[in-house]
Design a protein around this ligand. Structure first.
Ligand SMILES: [Zn+2]
Length: 270
């Protein structure tokens, strides 16, 4: 009887120790990840048409700046995080369309932020005009005709990305990677392997994200559809789980796989 009781005590002790050991292994790792200052949270700032994203580090990084009329909304969004536009150290532009780069010139004039753009979109920045878009459907043709002004205040990027830019000097474990497709110079910001800010490579929901924003789909305009599909496959292949979008979103890997089955199949086959 005593032996039996002892065995039970030993067993429960082992179980306790065992679970304790597991806890000890998991807890510090999780806590460490959450506290990793190099993997900041992605703060969404909703603007008139597009989203901007803030990575709040000691040298704050802003991804996209919205259209020419978005300064009040951007000021509000930054204020909610205790920042002002002049505190931003780096502005990464996912691409050169007017609804994403409209305030780039204004940020340059503030004097602190360095402006980052993919090489292929530099002609748009210098012209202050994103030119003709390639509509993918009827809604897109209507938008292009009546709702989108291609012009914005021209600017000269401080950093022109030809392949990729390491963001660690700005306190972020991640990089801006050139992925032409939506535009010739589209950039994707890849964070710690699992999160990506992809601009207009994918569209969230309908009517610019007003309806079902968490539903991934094809954007209204794509300069090069097969190449864009390839980008999505590449991002899935790299293990991205959460996609932050230029309009609507964020969307999950599953939603992206449902919307882009060819890309998903490519990602799992290569
Ligand atoms: Zn765009």
């Amino acid at each position: 009887m005593n032996i039996f009781k002892n065995a039970l005590t030993t067993l429960s002790l082992l179980l306790t120790l065992g679970s304790g050991a597991v806890m000890a292994q998991v807890k510090p790792l999780d806590a460490g990840k959450a506290l990793d200052p190099m993997s900041p949270e992605v703060h969404t700032i909703k603007l008139g048409m597009a989203n901007a994203y803030l990575l709040k580090t000691a040298t704050p990084v802003l991804i996209d700046v919205g259209g020419a009329k978005d300064m009040p909304a951007l000021v509000e969004g930054l204020k909610a995080q205790g920042l002002r536009p002049q505190d931003i150290a780096l502005v990464v532009l996912t691409h050169g369309h007017a609804d994403h780069v409209g305030l780039a010139a204004a940020f340059k004039q503030m004097g602190r932020a360095k402006i980052v753009l993919g090489e292929g979109d530099v002609p748009m920045a210098r012209a202050g005009d994103h030119g003709t878009l390639a509509p993918q459907n009827f809604t897109a043709r209507m938008l292009d005709r009546f709702a989108i002004d291609p012009r914005f205040q021209a600017f000269e990027p401080d950093i022109i990305v030809t392949s990729e830019l390491d963001l660690s000097p700005w306190g972020v474990r991640g990089k801006a990677v050139v992925m032409p497709g939506h535009t010739p110079g589209s950039l994707v910001v890849l964070l710690d392997g699992r999160r990506a800010v992809v601009g207009d490579i994918i569209l969230g929901g309908y009517l610019g994200g007003a309806i079902r924003p968490q539903h991934a789909g094809q954007h209204y305009f794509q300069a090069d559809v097969p190449r864009n599909e390839d980008n999505i496959a590449r991002l899935m292949k790299q293990g991205v789980e959460t996609f932050y979008l230029g309009h609507g979103g964020p969307v999950t890997r599953k939603s992206v796989a449902d919307a882009f089955p060819i890309a998903a199949a490519t990602a799992s086959s290569k």
